[in-house]
Design a binder for this molecule. Structure first.
Ligand code: NAD
Ligand code: IPM
Ligand code: MN
Length: 348
């Protein structure tokens, strides 16, 4: 039996997880041997008890579950995001989920904000390094609140960390018939980390002679993503740039309502979540688009051994878009719950 730990989290994370669970229920009813438990970690729990995510729970997830699903975290009542950092970044770091896998795939031409782009033009994957960089949490504040205040946030880049995400990108390219890997950094301005990324990219790249190596500085990469997105097949970049690149990527393929992601350590308990946040203003308004969460469920099912369900779910979403049975953000009229029900009706 495959086990999933579900954390709805905050805001629309809760709304979209309700719909994600409808999909899991449907899939289970077809005979799939899966089980899930729901955990109430999030802002509400943190504000009431001070608990964010205990270490024992992280160990429980690691030892007893195959995957974790998170809706979203973030609540205006917790402005420093203390709980969100412990839950989301905590899981990424403690479970060593070094691959943040974020596909950018246009499912219908009408969803693309760029003119005259076909489905083939916008079809790439981004590998965001997920355990280091500016997210490592090293640094500090001196003389806080005084005119002499100093804030330091350092970017951590290890050979091991850089090498494993770059190698993963090349391996993915090789396994999926992709012919080009693009690495993006800011090595013209930030020489120390840039030098490590550059050397590692070309050294590892030598092991993949059949795959073209491309490089763009991050500012140029974002410009190229809008200008000529068809050139991209696999992009690999650091944690911070990957965060930014994947929000832009989401927009190229229809917006945050459709972008799913996996935080993966191959062979270990991995974490799946939509790319979007908790959009607090939409919480319980029945307007949030659950399709990103639903596509994320597909990615998670593929990871735990049921790839056929990823394909079925993605096809149902493509049908929804084609027939305009979609929520407001995609120009339709379906509420969050009706959208979930519609997808379920296509899966049974
Ligand atoms: P957000 O993604 O929550 O929302 C930005 C805007 O995108 C929304 O106002 C809405 O217009 C649109 N949007 C996003 N998801 C949507 C959906 N499913 N359906 C319809 N529209 C959708 O980003 P934000 O406003 O920058 O952040 C809100 C909170 O979420 C913050 O606390 C932030 O830190 C947190 N956050 C969490 C995650 C996560 O848990 N993975 C990711 C990003 C942001
Ligand atoms: C994401 C989010 C997170 C990140 C935030 C909520 C810490 O934006 O998953 O893209 O920056 O990684
Ligand atoms: Mn983000």
């Amino acid at each position: 039996m495959k086990k999933i730990a579900v954390i709805p989290g905050d805001g629309i994370g809760i709304d979209v997880t309700d719909e994600a669970l409808k999909i899991l229920r449907t899939v289970k009813e077809t005979g799939l041997d899966i089980h899930w438990d729901v955990f109430d970690y999030g802002a509400e729990k943190y504000l009431a008890t001070g608990v964010t995510l205990p270490d024992e729970e992280v160990e429980n997830f690691r030892d007893n579950y195959d995957a974790i699903f998170i809706g979203a975290v973030g609540d205006p009542r917790v402005p420093d995001m203390k709980h969100g950092k412990d839950i989301l970044l905590g899981l990424r770091f403690k479970l060593d989920l070094f691959v943040n896998f974020r596909p950018v795939k246009l499912l219908d031409e009408k969803l693309c904000p760029l003119k005259n782009k076909t489905l083939a033009d916008i079809d790439f994957v981004v590998f965001r390094e997920n355990t280091e960089g500016l997210y490592a949490g090293t640094g500090g504040i001196l003389k806080q609140g005084t005119p002499d205040e100093v804030a330091i946030q350092t970017s951590i880049n290890t050979r091991k960390g850089v090498e494993r995400i770059i190698r993963y990108a090349f391996e993915y390219a090789k396994a999926h018939g992709r012919n080009r890997v693009t690495m993006s950094d800011k090595s013209n301005a930030m020489r120390f980390e840039g030098d490590l990324w550059q050397r590692t990219f070309y050294e590892v790249g030598e092991e993949y002679p059949e795959i073209e190596k491309q490089h763009w500085y991050i500012d140029a990469l974002l410009m190229q993503m809008v200008k000529r997105p068809e050139q991209f097949e696999v992009i690999v970049t650091c944690n911070m740039f990957g965060d930014i690149v994947t929000d832009v990527g989401a927009q190229l393929s229809g917006g945050m309502g459709l972008a799913g992601s996996g935080n993966i350590h191959p062979g270990r308990t991995s974490l799946f979540e939509p790319v979007h946040g908790s959009a607090p203003k939409y919480h319980r308004k029945d307007v949030a688009n659950p399709l990103a969460a639903i596509l994320t469920v597909g990615m998670m099912l593929e990871y735990i051994g049921f790839p056929q369900w990823n394909a079925r779910i993605e096809n149902a979403v493509i049908q929804a878009v084609k027939t305009n049975n979609v929520p407001r953000d995609l120009g339709g009229e379906l509420g969050t719950k009706a959208m979930g029900n519609w997808i379920v009706s296509k899966l049974v």
